[in-house]
Design a protein around this ligand. Structure first.
Ligand SMILES: [Zn+2]
Ligand SMILES: [Zn+2]
Length: 232
């Protein structure tokens, strides 16, 4: 079936995202837009993922456990997992630079419950990098049961190609922004599975039903198997 997706959405936990990027607002918008599958990929953080998973059925939108990893070189990876426990297990292996978030400068980092109530605030600045080099990420995430997708590789800011000049490993899947030019996509997407995600930080930027993957079912498990090139 055609699984319409947007696998790169920031919730209010990301300091740079709007505070109305709440669980119910995001899932509601995804449902209205006709999406079957979303992933909430906050910067170096997973504290809102379980809330989205709990609400997933209510909206009929599959939630893929995820986060957006920022490496020591400031390269971004979309890290996707088939379930929350594998995501959490991998996340716990990471070390982060402990800089306190200055809300006035970077924005609030809100942890929310199923009623969109703020139940906590992340104190550590989530825009600070994790202590892991890019070339280690692909294998590490694969070993942990997920897949690491170099994020928005057509973008200058935090994109692998602009920072390194090319891919530093054998990635099976790659993410382009919706604005990637066709020639660039042809070169850097050759022999790879392609994801085109919104990387939305505001509700209005969440994808319409435009990008889809042909999967037997729209589940996180199936998606990960597909992106890893494995079918069970
Ligand atoms: Zn990014
Ligand atoms: Zn992002």
């Amino acid at each position: 079936m055609k699984c319409y997706y947007d696998l790169h959405i920031h919730s209010a936990l990301s300091p740079c995202a709007d505070n109305d990027m709440t669980p119910n607002n995001i899932l509601g918008m995804a449902a209205v837009n006709g999406l079957h599958m979303i992933a909430v990929a906050d910067h170096n953080a997973i504290k809102n993922v379980e809330t989205f998973l709990k609400l997933s059925k209510e909206y009929g939108v599959e939630v893929v456990p995820a986060f957006e990893l920022q490496t020591a070189e400031d390269i971004h990876f979309l890290c996707l997992f088939p379930n929350f426990s594998l995501l959490e297990e991998f996340y716990r292996t990471l070390e982060f630079v402990d800089i306190k978030n200055d809300k006035a400068i970077f924005g609030e980092q809100l942890v929310m419950d199923e009623g969109d109530n703020t139940v906590g605030e992340e104190e550590r600045l989530l825009l600070a990098s994790a202590a892991i080099y890019s070339y280690r990420v692909g294998d590490a995430v694969k070993k942990a049961g997920g897949i690491a997708v170099p994020a928005h590789v057509d973008r200058e800011a935090n994109g692998m190609i602009s920072i390194l000049g090319g891919f530093d490993g054998d990635y099976g899947a790659v993410e382009f922004s919706p604005y990637a030019d066709a020639a660039f996509r042809e070169i850097y997407g050759a022999d790879k599975k392609i994801l085109i995600n919104s990387d939305s930080h505001t509700l209005g930027d969440i994808s319409e039903a435009v990008n889809f993957l042909e999967l037997r079912e729209c589940t996180a498990r199936r998606l990960i198997d597909y992106l890893r090139g494995e079918f069970k």
